[in-house]
Design a binder for this molecule. Structure first.
Ligand SMILES: Nc1nc2c(ncn2[C@@H]2O[C@H](COP(=O)(O)OP(=O)(O)OP(=O)(O)O)[C@@H](O)[C@H]2O)c(=O)[nH]1
Ligand SMILES: [Mg+2]
Length: 247
């Protein structure tokens, strides 16, 4: 078992999702609730440099494309819209598995500024999976029209994550989004996500499990999240680990 072979590479893992990239091409995932403008952001950034297919083994549409910004080419993967990442549907499973096992360099969560609260469920779930994410708060024009005012700085401070307001349909804010993506890929833009703390018994079980997982799996993955899923008895995750580490 190549459990500790970190260098065997994240690219091999991504290829299982039909996402091929090299070290010079950072991979950016677009996630978010349905109908928040993910595909509009995707199309605005990638233009004609895109193709569609299906996620391996699923009838869920997969769109991938590339865009360049300041001399770096990025691979952008448009994930299906989901309200949660509990893998209760093929869409949720695809989104969750790619964000976790595909280990994107940055995940951009596209949110709807007219109903911020509805987006926070997904936001907190993403936060548990990865610290490498940006909140793109889209539909700012609609929010303005509905007289919804959002204090972007305060939201960013509360979440510990960069928040970029956009009107994707008019391509407003997309340069700021690209700048944030580039900054995060370079490691210059960092985050301080506010993680959920669980009851004492669960936190103690996590303290027990995480170092043990680390000695088997290494540090490639966010082991706190993995431990939470194992405590949950999540069979899909167990199957995934077996498939991934059995060769
Ligand atoms: N007013 C306004 N409309 C937008 C904006 N961004 C996207 N839209 C519109 O919102 C609708 C949904 O956009 P999509 O990009 O398809 O949303 P999506 O998140 O990809 O949707 P799913 O893939 O179905 O989850 C489309 O009619 C877009 O034109 C925006 O910033 N302002
Ligand atoms: Mg879409």
């Amino acid at each position: 078992m190549g459990l500790t072979n970190q260098s065997s590479g994240i690219n091999v893992l991504r290829e299982r999702f039909n996402v091929k990239s090299n070290l010079e091409q950072p991979v950016i995932a677009l996630a978010g609730n349905p109908n928040t403008g993910k595909s509009t952001v995707f199309n605005a950034l990638t233009g004609l440099n895109q193709h569609t297919g299906n996620w391996p083994g699923k009838t869920v549409l997969q769109a991938q494309g590339t865009f360049s910004y300041k001399g770096v080419e990025y691979r952008l993967v448009d994930l299906p819209g989901t309200y949660s990442l509990l893998a209760n549907s093929a869409e949720e499973e695809v989104a969750r598995d790619f964000i976790y096992f595909g280990n994107p360099d940055v995940t951009v969560v596209v949110g709807d500024a007219t109903c911020l609260e509805r987006n926070l469920n997904l936001v907190y779930q993403i936060m548990e999976i990865t610290p490498k994410w940006i909140f793109c708060l889209n539909l700012m024009d609609e929010a303005k029209r509905k007289k919804v005012y959002i204090n972007i700085e305060k939201l960013s401070e509360k979440l510990g994550i960069p928040v970029i307001p956009t009107v994707a349909r008019k391509e407003e804010g997309l340069t700021d989004l690209k700048e944030a993506i580039a900054g995060m890929v370079r490691g210059e833009l960092t985050t301080r996500p506010r993680l959920v703390r669980y009851d004492r018994e669960i936190e103690e079980a996590l303290d027990y499990l995480v170092p043990r997982l680390s000695s088997v799996i290494g540090e490639r993955y966010n082991l706190r999240w993995l431990a939470l899923k194992l405590l949950d008895g999540d069979q899909q995750i167990i199957n995934h680990l077996q498939a991934q580490f059995s060769n």
